[in-house]
Design a protein around this ligand. Structure first.
Ligand code: SF4
Length: 336
């Protein structure tokens, strides 16, 4: 089983093993922080990876195991809110648990020694191997020749000599290998993880400190749309486009106040109080939320009628006073 991030290195890890006649099952882990494309439509994603790269893939959501680790990673965070070492330990350990189900004999990753300053140093790679409990069953095919031989190499399942010998920060060898395999279309190595993003990482860190009980739905809401904290600790999220409005509709809970304009294309919104889940917002808060919808509604001409729904009760609110940019900035969590 190969841990599949979708980046070139994980694609190459799969391909170099396949080239040695090994049957590969790649596993793509998803959480609210990475893997949206696979999480949103797993079957489509699986089909695309198969068609594009000839790799058989499975998608697994590990949010429930991920959140406790994210709150308190043993090895700390990287530059932003990214607990890279603990994240890898968790994913490799999860893969270890999946091995019997997929009849797998060993695990591989696309890690390259020296590629990243912290999480791909030799001592870190060893720590990940040991703490994930994968030990000798964990092969890093792209840089294995710089590491101690693993069980699949010692047993002759994998020829160490035929593996590429990649190390360091450069990408030249990976690009050459990609060309050899006819892989031309692959994502940029950076990007993809919200925890490593300076703005989203800071926001998530702040929310976890404020609301330590955040669950998967809260985290998905935290990475959607425009974010505001209103008086009384009410968390308002507004959609920026049709897709985000649809996502908010999917994420709304019975205890949320869900706001929607029925007449004009306007942002949809969720008002939630993570510290007081059974409470309804008061009228002033609902009016303020409606006024914020009005601010972002291009087609509204000076007023908006909003349909609200909370605890199954449908109501309405009207906003006629557009807010100023300063008012918006007062409540905005980051740049909106
Ligand atoms: S960048 Fe994100 S997904 Fe990648 S190892 Fe770090 S925390 Fe995990």
């Amino acid at each position: 089983m190969v841990l599949y991030s979708g980046g070139l290195d994980s694609i190459l890890a799969c391909r170099v093993l396949q080239e040695q006649g090994i049957r590969v099952t790649a596993v793509k882990f998803v959480t609210p922080f990475f893997g949206d494309e696979a999480a949103d439509d797993p079957q489509r994603y699986i089909g695309r990876v198969q068609d594009k790269y000839g790799i058989r893939l499975v998608v697994k959501d590990i949010t429930d195991e991920y959140l406790p680790m994210l709150r308190n990673p043993e090895h700390g965070y990287g530059k932003n809110f990214n607990p890279c070492i603990d994240c890898k330990i968790l994913m490799i350990h999860k893969t270890l648990e999946l091995m019997p189900e997929y009849d797998a004999d060993f695990i591989a990753t696309g890690e390259v020694i020296g590629q990243r300053p912290m999480s791909q140093r030799k001592d870190t790679l060893n720590c990940i191997r040991n703490e994930s409990r994968a030990q000798g069953l964990l092969l890093r095919p792209l840089c294995a020749r710089s590491l101690k031989p693993t069980i699949p190499e010692e047993l002759g399942w994998v020829s160490r000599e035929k593996l590429p010998h990649i190390s360091g920060r450069g990408r030249k060898k990976q690009i050459e290998l990609a060309e050899k395999f006819g892989i031309t279309d692959y994502p940029n190595p950076a990007g993809g993880c919200r925890l490593a993003d300076p703005i989203q990482g800071r926001r998530l860190n702040e929310y976890f400190r404020k609301w330590p009980g955040m669950d998967g739905n809260d985290c998905r809401l935290a990475v959607t749309g425009r974010q505001f904290i209103l008086p009384g600790g009410w968390w308002l999220v507004l959609g920026r486009d049709k897709a985000e409005n649809a996502r908010l509709e999917m994420l709304k809970r019975h205890t949320d106040l869900f706001l929607q304009s029925k007449n004009v294309p306007a942002p949809a919104g969720i008002l939630r109080n993570p510290l007081a889940k059974g409470h309804k917002p008061d009228n002033a808060t609902v009016k303020l939320a409606a006024a914020m919808m009005l601010y972002y509604c291009r087609k509204c001409q000076g007023s908006i009628d909003v349909r609200t729904e909370c605890f199954g009760k449908v109501d309405k609110a009207t906003a006629i006073e557009p807010l100023s940019r300063e008012d918006i900035d007062e409540f905005a969590v980051d740049t909106n």
